[in-house]
Design a protein around this ligand. Structure first.
Ligand code: G3P
Length: 227
């Protein structure tokens, strides 16, 4: 089971995709701490059927040494428990991703009591985040990009949840999701998010600065004159 490590308190980088090539590219950077997926991301890769789903998660777990969120496809307590147990049996790094619904909270509590890590997804308010933490979720996933899409500020929600969790000493990690650009990552780091799960272009976007490119061009030119 994935356990939070209190000594590891700089923001972790997860990649938010089910695409193996992108996971590989991010992993090769050496900065990847985990992976998150969701049914839309899995469907985008053309993965169909229980066997293919299980196989895909196993492959991801073998590629990346860190938590891998695998989302349940059911919405009732019993089915989520059954499905989550099956997902958790794939690999010790699997984190069962559960939607923020009434039965989801019951399932998170059940998994927490049974030593299985969870990621409570589709979180859009501080109240939902409190409930998820109270049920014992390992991670809570506020969707900041989708909040921005509805003309609110998603990062403000991250700040609010971080403050509440600190004030209440909840162990649940704040996993900023629905990241759309490099600035989201910078602002989530400022806000004290424990984890940022990002699409590959947002991670690579952190590299970009025109003065770096111009500076390197000049250095390489001058280096040639030295040879
Ligand atoms: O994994 C959930 C989340 O990151 C979804 O992102 O861009 O579909 O809002 P997005």
């Amino acid at each position: 089971m994935y356990l939070c490590s209190p000594q590891f308190n700089n923001m972790k980088f997860f990649i938010d995709t089910a695409n193996l090539a992108q996971i590989q590219e991010a992993n090769e950077l050496g900065i990847l701490d985990g992976v998150t997926t969701n049914p839309s991301l899995m469907a985008k890769e053309g993965i169909k059927g229980t066997d293919a789903i299980m196989k895909h998660y196993r492959t991801i777990c073998e590629m990346v040494d860190g938590p891998v969120s695998a989302e349940v496809l059911s919405t009732t307590f019993r089915e989520m428990v059954e499905e989550g147990e099956q997902l958790a049996s794939i690999h010790e790094n699997i984190v069962v991703k559960i939607p923020m619904i009434k039965d989801g909270i019951k399932a998170i509590k059940w998994f927490s009591d049974n030593g299985i890590a969870t990621n409570c997804t589709l979180v859009f308010s501080a109240g939902q985040a409190i409930l998820a933490a109270k049920a014992g979720a390992t991670f809570v996933s506020p969707f900041i990009g989708r909040i921005d899409d509805s003309s609110w500020d998603g990062v403000t929600l991250i700040e609010q949840i971080v403050n509440i969790y600190n004030a209440q000493a909840f162990d649940t990690e704040v996993l900023a999701a629905s990241i759309r650009n490099p600035l989201h990552i910078v602002r989530c780091a400022e806000a004290g998010a424990d984890v940022c799960t990002c699409p590959l272009p947002s991670i690579l976007g952190l590299l970009k600065h025109p003065l770096t490119d111009l500076g390197l061009e000049q250095f390489l030119k001058d280096a040639k004159s030295m040879q």
